[in-house]
Design a binder for this molecule. Structure first.
Ligand code: ADP
Ligand code: TPW
Ligand code: MG
Length: 581
């Protein structure tokens, strides 16, 4: 085994009149601290055990997980919440691979994070001689992230971390891989030389001011609108330009649709929110302004049935020029950071302009009212076993009374219903499966949300979704985090009633153990477990958990017949040879 001996970093103290020396371990930690990074999410092991240990000794918060994927998701959402790259630290080969799902997901979602993995000896890896956990990690990471770097000499650690920070944060944010071979960590260097080699990244995400002609072109298009729509995406939430965005939206008077994680930039109860008239505004609008949102599958690629036949002109604000025309023609691209773009547009619209959209607003509002009126009684139902509406009606009230709480959400039906039913009131309070619809973000996001914000966290999880990261409730208990997990237990993926089409003994592939007691898992680690079968019990349990701040898991028993296949995206299933009911 070629990793450094445990404790080898202790060479950094001055002894016997010799010049002070430092090493790779210390330089990595000092470089991270110099760049404002306070937390590392990790799973320890060779060759990075001492790195975590030393980081903790040097005053960093080092949060140790049970599986690297969840440490990675925690790092990614830290990046989203703070605009500083979250750090995930893993061991070589298998630990590195476990972290990659999170790295790729962060890149896809435009979250800044750095996956730092220890690796084994270059000489042995490159000759494929079979080192302990041998793998050419840099090559494997490259296609899955924005940038990938390796540092071979201790004096380059400062530059390596600086490049990683800047690559993660600047322009369109994303994931970065940083490869640190075991030998590097043990390398020594004169302490003064080492300290001179560190680099503080000045202005990691520089403002990018949109060109005046691009702004004027956009203003012309916006002023021509008779049935306008604004779509806010999670890029707008990430940008932390909340006041400027609100000012522009209100100055236009245009209806707006928040994408899932953009809910709460303006409160969902805002009179201009068109969330409850989504189908109508997509179909009927004539001018659509995208703000930090992409025209990907989540918006039916900007064309087809969902968008109707009316001719549309798109204005798009984004920091990434290549995003323009990705799916449809963009009539007015506005390239820059969202804060600068939104302010420039607001100025250029001027204060005397009045939109001519009274009729459109009337149409949108009447559709909204109809839909909200239809929904209201369903949210108050007291059915037992609970259906999604009854259970989510309760959680909706709880979030209204606790707007600072962070809502983590995954599953299929559990995700789709919660997204439309639970109103959000503050920016960056809803964290979910994002662009890929990936299961497994739940507990990693919950841990980081609690650590980074100190706010209470409510994680609303499908029973299948929860299973992807369920072991991390031990992590939640270990750090005593104010997280309340509600498992929507309908005995399976989408629902619990499928049968094996062959008639054989194995249960259907989507079905789990009936009436599993997820609440008892939480009790196993010293947290609070509650079993809830009625909306009343659910309400009491969650309120109690949120008041106490204690790690809690509420097993909410949901009617196993209530869900539909793939939630709202059943249409994306390819035709199956086996007929499904
Ligand atoms: P949603 O899923 O909510 O629709 P997406 O993840 O598809 O949102 O889109 C986010 C977009 O925001 C990306 O195209 C990204 O380039 C952009 N973006 C991220 N941060 C900024 C920023 N600070 N300024 C401008 N655009 C940004
Ligand atoms: C990493 C496929 C999408 S949704 C889902 C799976 C397995 C679980 C749905 O069941 P759940 O919710 O959570 O119980 P509910 O309310 O409908 O019963 N692997 C990954 N990501 C995805 N998206 C899947 C598989 C999937
Ligand atoms: Mg389920």
């Amino acid at each position: 085994m070629s990793a450094p001996a445990q404790g080898s970093h202790e060479v950094s103290v001055e002894s016997g009149g010799l010049p002070a020396i430092t090493d790779g371990f210390h330089l990595v930690i000092e470089a991270l601290k110099l760049n404002g990074i306070k937390t590392i999410y990790c799973v320890p092991g060779i060759p990075i055990t001492d790195l975590g240990r030393l980081a903790q000794a040097e005053g960093m918060r080092v949060i140790s997980f049970r599986h690297e994927q969840h440490a990675g998701h925690a790092a990614a959402i830290t990046g989203y919440l703070t605009q500083r790259p979250g750090i995930c630290l893993t061991v070589s080969a298998p630990g590195f691979l476990n972290g990659l799902t999170a790295l790729a997901n962060a890149t896809t979602n435009c979250f800044p994070m750095i996956l730092i993995s220890g690796s084994s000896e270059r000489e042995i890896v490159d000759l494929q001689q079979g080192d302990y956990e041998e793998m050419d990690q840099l090559a494997i990471a490259k296609p899955l992230c924005k940038a990938a770097f390796r540092v071979l000499h201790a004096e380059d650690i400062g530059i390596g971390i600086a490049r990683s920070v800047r690559a993660a944060c600047s322009g369109r944010p994303g994931g970065v891989y940083l490869d640190l071979p075991a030998k590097l960590l043990a390398q020594t260097l004169d302490a003064e030389e080492g300290s001179r080699s560190l680099v503080q990244v000045i202005d990691p995400a520089p403002r990018q001011i949109p060109a005046a002609d691009a702004v004027n072109r956009a203003v012309e298009v916006l002023k021509s609108a008779r049935r306008p729509l604004i779509i806010l995406g999670k890029g707008a939430a990430y940008a932390q330009a909340d006041d400027d965005i609100r000012a522009l939206v209100e100055a236009t008077g245009f209806p707006y649709l928040p994408m899932s994680m953009a809910k709460g930039i303006l409160p969902d109860t805002h009179p201009q929110s068109a969330g409850a008239a989504r189908s109508l505004v997509l179909k009927e609008s004539d001018v659509v302004m995208m703000v930090g949102a992409r025209l990907n599958w989540l918006l039916s690629h900007g064309k087809g049935k969902a968008w109707g036949n009316a001719r549309k002109q798109f204005v798009q604000i984004d920091i990434e020029p290549k995003e323009m025309d990705s799916n449809v023609e963009i009539a007015a691209p506005v390239i820059g950071d969202i804060g600068s773009c939104v302010r420039a547009l607001h100025d250029a619209l001027g204060s005397d302009w009045r939109p001519q959209i009274t009729e459109w607003i009337g149409t949108v509002n009447s559709k909204k009212e109809t839909n909200l009126d239809r929904m209201a009684p369903r949210l108050q139902n007291n059915n037992v076993p609970m259906d999604f509406h009854g259970a989510l009606g309760v959680l909706r009230t709880i979030v209204r009374n606790r707007p600072e709480a962070i809502l983590v959400n995954e599953g299929a039906n559990t995700l789709d219903f919660a997204r439309s039913i639970i109103d959000m009131y503050q920016p960056r309070k809803r964290l979910d499966v994002g662009t890929w619809g990936v299961m497994g973000i739940g507990m990693g996001f919950a841990v980081a949300a609690a650590i980074e914000t100190g706010n209470p966290v409510l994680a609303v999880e499908g029973d299948s979704a929860f299973g992807f990261s369920g072991m991390e409730i031990e992590t939640i208990c270990r750090y005593n985090l104010p997280v309340c997990v509600v498992v929507f237990n309908n005995n399976g993926i989408y629902r619990g009633t499928d049968v094996n089409p062959s008639g054989g003994d194995d249960v259907a592939t989507t079905v789990f153990v009936k009436d599993a007691r997820y609440d008892r898992m939480m009790e196993a680690f010293g947290g609070v477990g509650i079993y809830a079968t009625t909306p009343d019990e659910l309400s009491r349990a969650v309120n109690k958990a949120m008041d106490s701040g204690r790690p809690t898991l509420v097993n909410a028993v949901i009617d196993e017949k209530a869900g539909t296949e793939s939630g709202r995206i059943g249409n994306l299933n390819p035709q199956s040879a086996v007929s499904r009911k």
